[in-house]
Design a protein around this ligand. Sequence first.
Ligand SMILES: Cc1cc2nc3c(=O)[nH]c(=O)nc-3n(C[C@H](O)[C@H](O)[C@H](O)COP(=O)(O)OP(=O)(O)OC[C@H]3O[C@@H](n4cnc5c(N)ncnc54)[C@H](O)[C@@H]3O)c2cc1C
Length: 365
Amino acid sequence: MANNISNSLDVAVVGGGQAGLAIGYFLAQQGTNFAILEAADEPAAAWRSRWDSLKLFTPARYDGLPGLAFPGDPDRYPSQGEVADYLTDYARRFELPVVLNSRVRSIRKAGQEYAVELDDRTYEAAQVVIATGPFQVPFVPAIAEGLDEEVVQLHSTAYRSPEPLPDGRILIVGGGNTGFQIAEELSASREVHLSIGSRQMPLPQKLLGRDLFWYLDKTGLIRKTAASRIGRRMRQREDTLIGSNPRGARRRGIQLHGRAVDAAGSTVSFSDGAGLDIRGVVWATGFRADHSWIDVPVFDEAGGVVHERGVTTSPGLYFLGLPWQHTRGSALLGWVKDDAEFLAQKIQALRADAPTPETEIAGAK
Ligand SMILES: Cc1cc2nc3c(=O)[nH]c(=O)nc-3n(C[C@H](O)[C@H](O)[C@H](O)COP(=O)(O)OP(=O)(O)OC[C@H]3O[C@@H](n4cnc5c(N)ncnc54)[C@H](O)[C@@H]3O)c2cc1C
């Protein structure tokens, strides 16, 4: 990982996950003076912190970043640990300037440049790419506060394996891929209940022997833009369950409930009025974005990023890896390269337009 990084950069990339590394690959090819600032003390931190038994829903052939195929059988589904190792190797192999232990606390405009402030240093960067991931602050619904202390509560980000959870009845709240997968794992050793607030469309992992993503790739659906008619329809149904479904969950003995609407003592109640006494709960209730540390006016009233394919209205400030930034693939391992390459081209074009010291002096004459 990089040590000797100048405090004056052409480009500061904030976040060293797959999005930060993918754009790093293209910036390195351009010979740009850049650094990838990563808050964690190890590479691929997001993947390392996910639960131990997690298998990707995308096969290895669709898990590679630009310039390096994911190793091994292309039809297998890698584990989270393999993704973390792959990303670590990727940064090393392309000698990407990742600076660990570097949480960016604020970004603000300073003249023509951006001041990128950390606890112990400030970088001046002509351009900045925010690649801090789509999953920032774990969200737990307010009803959680009604539960007694004896009820063990975890957000899915803190779930690694079944052992730390108490024996007895466990409730998983959240009917997305994460909720289903954790419920399935726990059902081998516990009485498991799953609360599904809004139903997601279940899609099979494989159809006629081919992986779902093979069809999405071959039909071009994975690259349909957010603005296209079909993209808009897909986006409305964005949340899809891949490889899990309610019927399969019931077969494993998982008991399904509607939305969890209240909690008191050790009882959670559901939208149909039923109550359930539990020993533990895993909140698979998602995340909220937190861009409050970015002090540049590129957000709408609801806090959403205003951008066109990651390009904001503040010249030289970009986002990468947002869900549906451009297509369904934008926040996935195998397709983030499309947006990364697009932004790298924008960055290069702006650098070419930027006045050099010579042109500034000539202009002043
Ligand atoms: C449970 C789960 C399963 C998934 N399965 C798949 C799958 O099968 N296939 C697939 O293609 N995708 C999958 N994804 C989606 C996606 O690939 C991942 O979420 C991926 O981690 C997103 O990469 P990223 O680089 O955008 O963000 P992240 O991996 O979250 O990386 C962002 C990085 O930014 C750092 N950071 C954050 N804030 C700051 C700051 N202020 N300063 C400096 N650094 C900062 C973080 O430490 C982190 O390392 C899955 C996601 C989840 C949650």
